[in-house]
Write a protein that binds this ligand. Structure first.
Ligand code: DX5
Ligand code: ZN
Length: 219
């Protein structure tokens, strides 16, 4: 798999009143994927968006929609997000009793399957589902909100997950508190996809912000 760095801005930090315009702006600013944070007020203490919003933003970019489900249960909603236009769907290892089945369901719908780990979950939780996964998402904050501080202890987890992945064609994505000052430690530990909300949407300078994260990640 290519080791080039991919930047996935989280639209959680966008202006929701102008979401289509915001998606076009990050696309034009050079993002690689568009990260969509779905929260249910149950698995995480915040509520964001549903499949209807994914459907609404779909025509605004040809880039992959990277849908991060912070919901429990996830299985009953996976097909709705697939039909709405998600390209990649990530579920949390903690969100249900049958992670293997959730990942298989995502792939059966023709989508790329991701599995995410909250900060307290050891990487061993995904040991037996790696062959069903196209992506592993290591959370570097507690899921629920943008703008939180990066948890440095997660760098060690990123490194361990990279070792577990070995030569499988699996993306290793990091999400939470990623900015130019933290991006380099993530990619040095083996991450190749960086999600960033506040650091991309800061001051409206989307292209410069994406370029700064990319430069720091490659350094
Ligand atoms: C947190 C979300 C993240 C978050 C990232 O629950 O999964 O995608 O929006 O935001 P920043 O980059 O501001 O930490
Ligand atoms: Zn996310």
């Amino acid at each position: 798999m290519s080791t080039d760095i991919l930047i996935a801005p989280s639209i959680l930090s966008a202006d929701f009143a102008r979401l289509g315009e915001e998606v076009r702006a990050i696309d034009a600013a050079g993002c690689d994927w568009v990260h969509v944070d779905v929260m249910d007020g149950h698995f995480v203490p915040n509520i964001t968006i549903g499949p209807g919003v994914v459907r609404a933003i779909r025509p605004h970019t040809k880039k992959p929609l990277d849908v991060h489900l912070m919901i429990a249960p996830a299985d009953p909603y996976i097909e709705a997000f697939a039909v709405a236009g998600a390209d990649r769907i990530t579920v949390h290892a903690e969100a249900g009793p049958h992670l293997d089945r959730s990942l298989e369901l995502i792939r059966s719908l023709g989508k790329k399957a991701g599995v995410s780990l909250t900060p307290q979950t050891p990487e061993s939780a995904i040991q037996y589902v790696l062959d069903r996964s196209d992506l592993v998402l290591v959370m570097t904050v507690n899921p629920g909100f943008g703008g939180q501080a990066f948890i440095p202890a997660m760098v060690d987890k990123i490194r361990r997950v990279r070792t577990m992945i070995g030569d499988r064609p699996i993306h290793l994505e990091v999400d939470g508190g990623v900015a130019p000052d933290t991006a380099g430690s993530c990619t040095a530990a083996g991450a190749n996809v960086l999600v960033a909300g506040s650091a991309v949407f800061k001051d409206g300078a989307y292209a410069a912000n994406i370029a700064a994260i990319r430069a720091a990640a490659r350094a």
